[in-house]
Design a protein around this ligand. Structure first.
Ligand code: 13P
Ligand code: SF4
Length: 302
């Protein structure tokens, strides 16, 4: 294993590459990454970092967003088949239909979406900036795509606007049940329950804190509490435990695993860096049209 890590580090220097990893990938990749973060932070790094090559250990929409924000860089992924099913749950026709029905409308697109959908959206958001961005938009009507759970959470928190919420969902978070939360809380009565807004509303209502992966990690790290029940994909345990060796973390659902994120392995990462394959390609036409929604997000989230 140490041979693989040495070789990755050597190739990184030789090729002027950086490795970005989402909190849901395996711990061994998080350990060697130059930046580990939530979707927002990783998009910011992709836009700003001067490296020539970005190796993105995450899922497809993350690599695409990096390429759109940094078209002159080569963006490669250890496994191009690592794709987020929710990203494909909304189609341009769905957006067109709603645009025809509402004036004064902003199409707000969760970054977990395809590049094609970003071309027909007004602005992107991530789970860490959705509330702030939607509140700041001048429009009265908001079409939130594709995640119904994040959309309904934002709708509840921003009652002054009118929401049309698309019906997509993340199967990993949507699958977490009330019974699982009740069982975990009964087993760990002193623990706080921290949850990602991709979970269903009835789960969010049981939480002590709702936030993105970074939000959850920061909340647990800053808290005086010693035990936490975690309602998100289990990859976050790596950073939670690393930052808080004396605190205890329990998964609300041991099976909350994103198999797409787990398609990234150190071996595949080495291969793609060595061969520079697994390149993310976005056509110029799509890239130019999709840039606006992503850049507006980076601007408004500041
Ligand atoms: P964040 O890291 O932005 O919280 O997103 C979670 C997620 O599902 C990424 O696919
Ligand atoms: Fe998509 Fe859910 Fe996996 Fe995130 S955890 S990449 S939203 S399937």
């Amino acid at each position: 294993m140490s041979d693989i890590i040495e070789e990755i580090n050597r190739l990184k220097k030789e090729k002027d590459a950086i490795i970005l990893a989402h909190y849901y990938v395996e711990g061994d990749i998080q350990e060697i990454a130059d930046y580990v973060g939530d979707s927002y932070k990783l998009a910011q790094v992709a836009a700003e970092n001067p490296a020539k090559v970005i190796v993105f250990a995450g899922v497809n929409f993350m690599g695409e967003s990096a390429k759109i924000l940094s078209p002159d860089k080569k963006v490669i992924m250890p496994d191009l088949k690592a794709d987020c099913p929710m990203a494909h749950m909304v189609k341009p026709e769905d957006v067109q239909k709603v645009r025809e029905q509402y004036d004064d409308l902003a199409v707000v697109c969760y970054i977990n979406s395809t590049a094609e959908i970003k071309t027909v959206s007004d602005i992107c958001v991530t789970s860490s900036n959705a509330l702030r961005i939607v509140r700041a938009l001048p429009n009265k009507n908001i079409f939130f795509i594709p995640d119904s759970n994040l959309g309904n959470y934002v709708k509840q928190m921003v009652p002054e606007k009118n929401f049309i919420v698309h019906d997509g969902y993340c199967h990993v978070h949507h699958g977490i049940t009330k019974e699982q939360v009740e069982t975990s809380k009964a087993k760990h009565p002193d623990a706080l329950f921290l949850v990602h807004p991709e979970c269903r509303m009835e789960i969010l209502e049981m939480a002590d804190y709702v936030g993105s992966t970074s939000g959850i990690i920061n909340y647990a790290t800053d808290s005086d509490a010693k035990e936490f029940i975690i309602g998100t994909e289990n990859g976050v345990f790596y950073e939670l435990q690393k930052k808080n060796p004396n605190k205890k973390f329990y998964p609300v659902d041991k099976m909350a695993c994103c198999t797409n994120m787990k398609k990234n392995t150190l071996e595949k990462l080495l291969d793609c860096l060595r061969e520079e394959d697994g390149e993310v390609n976005v056509s110029d036409e799509t890239r130019v049209k999709a840039t606006n929604a992503l850049e507006r997000m980076l601007e408004l989230a500041k």
